[in-house]
Design a protein around this ligand. Structure first.
Ligand SMILES: [Mn+2]
Length: 324
């Protein structure tokens, strides 16, 4: 980092939230991955399709009388170099929601897994302009929420807060083949939150219990890849309700989205068998204790300058969930 960059980084001041709300509702949105460019597998106008989902979310916010805020689980943008017009449109849509929008930082929101690179990304523009707030702590009714930004291993810390507690993180829970963004499992039990709300894993899961902690993973707002689960799944957000004494109530709200056959290219769909056999092969290699680490895969990728081959490697890394 140059002196000039360091100076600018120190000049940038993005405070984290420490906000309190009276009891009411809030809305949870998993990894939006907004992007002005189409993923290769998509035939619709991805950039517009995803903005339409944000508008649907804005509509739910407006129709819910006691909606206090929206909470994003990280990875607002898919890539960090979005055109200004796209960032501006997103800013407008978020502002028009009429309630504060919070986020934790996901791996796609920063460079090289470094939080201090935030100033180089569109997320910092939204934060600096007040359209997006950086989650540290929120209190709503009797619920205490703590945000954990992206790290390779996320370790939860105990809270002394009475009432219901929730940790929000951008991390996998139990992802055997992954080498990044994993929650420290033991710390879930040690910290003893009532709820753990996770982004990063794009697949939605049913709630899971670990010790006293309910683990909630709503899945990504968008279907950027041709994984099996994206062929059939609903796209959901969670509406959560908190009062002053009772338990947290939450329900999934299914968004109105196009069927997979309308958004994925036929060629991508028909190529899935080939992808599957390659990923089966790699999984077998892993099972035979061949060290297929991300570093090795990255090194392989560097053997060529062909951008196409790099993308190819990246897609396969995604396919076996080594990266998201
Ligand atoms: Mn993501």
């Amino acid at each position: 980092m140059s002196d000039r960059e360091r100076y600018l980084r120190d000049f940038l001041n993005l405070p984290k939230s420490n906000d309190t709300y009276s009891s009411g509702s809030f809305l949870v949105v998993g990894d939006p991955h907004l992007a002005s460019k189409n993923p290769r597998s998509r035939k619709d106008q991805y950039s517009i399709t995803v903005l339409d989902k944000l508008r649907q979310i804005g509509q739910i916010v407006k129709e819910t009388e006691d909606m206090r805020f929206v909470l994003l689980l990280g990875d607002l943008f898919h890539l960090k170099d979005q055109p200004h017009y796209y960032t501006s449109v997103v800013a407008q849509i978020l502002r028009k929601m009429g309630v504060p929008v919070y986020t934790i930082i996901g791996n796609h929101d920063i460079y090289w897994d470094r939080i201090d690179s935030i100033g180089k990304t569109p997320v910092s523009i939204l934060m600096a302009s007040g359209v997006l707030k950086w989650l540290d702590v929120i209190k709503i009714g009797n619920l205490f929420i703590r945000g954990y930004d992206y790290q390779r291993i996320v370790t939860l810390n105990p809270e002394s807060h009475s009432g219901t507690t929730m940790a929000v993180a951008h991390a996998f829970y139990r992802f055997e083949h992954s080498v990044d963004g994993t929650i420290d499992e033991q710390s879930i039990e040690d910290a003893g939150y009532d709820y753990l709300l996770l982004g990063h894993d794009h697949m939605p899961y049913s709630p899971l219990q670990r010790g006293k902690t309910s683990i909630l993973r709503p899945g990504s707002l968008t279907r950027g890849t041709i994984h099996d689960y994206n062929m059939t799944r609903d796209v959901q957000v969670y509406v959560m309700h908190v009062d002053d004494t009772g338990p947290l109530m939450y329900r999934p709200h299914i968004l109105n989205v196009q069927p997979a056959s309308d958004i994925f290219k036929e060629a991508s769909l028909s190529g899935r068998d080939v992808r599957k056999s390659v990923s089966e092969f790699v999984k077998k290699m892993q099972e035979q204790k061949e060290a297929v680490s991300q570093d090795i895969m990255e090194a392989l990728c560097k053997l060529t300058d062909e951008a196409e081959v790099l993308r190819f490697c990246e897609e396969y890394l995604r396919e076996f969930s080594l990266i998201v």
